[in-house]
Design a protein around this ligand. Structure first.
Ligand code: A3D
Length: 308
């Protein structure tokens, strides 16, 4: 049966996600926004690429949540994006209100969907969606780890001089300056990066990964990254609609995993048609545990600021 993916927010990330969703063959796409005309225009344009790209999915733009009814996946990208000088936390108050409305409307029409939240600050926004939807934890997931890990893998590949797809590496924790690019586990086709790069080189890559978002904001000046973020959300959606059991780093609600409870945090997750099917827990070193706890403290502050 054809799957249906609704993307809320037809801005840079939302429109890019719609593009990747049809190219990757996920299903019919609804692009939804508050601004009249923008989702309609972008969807029409994208739909017309079907004969050239060889896809037969419908792509519909709308301002009406009724058009999202029966979606298997709802990706929330609605909200403000960062500009130079802004932290992700600066977006919090305005984006809580937006994500709240989007979630309420989306779940009214798609009570069985899996929600993928992209809006920043992500760890607080996915918590907002979780609280407002009343969904079980497996059906509310935040996108950040796929993107942060892609940045980490790109910079590692560049430093080592190898193809990026052969770099296995993940970023855990908060989507912010305290994120935790895992060094101990990172490898190139099984070869540990600690045997390929100096400590100084690794530290440089880790720092650049942590600042990966702001590096792009400072170039763009009027907005934030969208190619890789849009694709990263689709990577998660694809694992769910195709039930592939891929293991991707995602912001998942923890209930005791890694000794942490009651907040969303980036961890390795098995994604299948139920959403989060399993969190892959493993033993952390004391240093990694301490770094992850810094993430938890920062996420808890954000959660408190949502007022939920
Ligand atoms: P932008 O291009 O401004 O698009 C946002 C869209 O949301 C606009 O088209 C708005 O009209 C729309 N919108 C605003 N309010 C509503 C509403 N109530 N209902 C429906 N649509 C609405 O921003 P963007 O696409 O670049 O970024 C979108 C969000 O994603 C921002 O919060 C970014 O910070 C965030 N983002 C997160 C990541 C992560 O890795 C977590 C990466 C990149 C962007």
């Amino acid at each position: 049966m054809r799957k249906k993916i609704t993307i809320i927010g037809a801005g840079n990330v939302g429109a890019t996600a719609a593009h990747w969703a049809v190219v990757r063959g996920l299903g019919d796409v609804v692009l939804l926004d508050v601004v009249e005309g923008v989702p309609q225009g972008k969807a029409l344009d994208l739909w017309q690429s079907g004969p050239v790209e060889n896809f037969a999915w419908s792509v519909k733009g709308s301002n009406d949540y009724a058009d999202s009814a029966g979606s298997d996946i709802v990706i929330i990208t609605a909200g403000l994006a960062r500009k130079p000088g802004m932290s992700r936390d600066d977006l919090l108050t305005k984006n809580v209100a937006i994500v709240k409305t989007c979630t309420e409307e989306a779940v009214k029409y798609s009570p069985d969907c899996v929600l993928i939240v992209v809006t920043n600050p992500i760890d607080a926004m996915v918590y907002t969606s979780f609280k407002v939807s009343g969904f079980p934890r497996n059906r509310v997931i935040g996108m950040a780890g796929v993107l942060d890990s892609a940045r980490y893998r790109t910079f590692l590949a560049d430093a080592i001089g190898v193809a990026p797809m052969d770099v296995n590496a993940m970023v855990m924790g908060i989507h912010g300056d305290n994120m935790l690019p895992m060094v101990r586990l990172a490898n190139v086709a099984g070869v540990p990066i600690i045997d390929l790069l100096s400590e100084e080189q690794i530290n440089e890559v880790v720092k650049r990964t942590q600042m990966g978002g702001i590096e792009i904001v400072n170039h763009l000046k009027t907005g934030s990254a969208f190619y890789s973020p849009g694709l990263s959300a689709v990577e998660m959606a694809e694992a769910i609609v195709k039930d592939t059991k891929r293991v991707l780093p995602c912001a998942a609600y923890l209930e005791g995993e890694f000794g942490i409870s009651g907040c969303f945090l980036g961890v390795p997750v098995v994604l299948g048609d139920k959403g989060v099917e399993r969190i892959l827990e493993f033993k952390l070193t004391d240093e990694e545990k301490a770094a992850l706890n810094e993430s938890v403290a920062a996420v808890q502050n954000q959660m408190a600021a949502t007022g939920l």
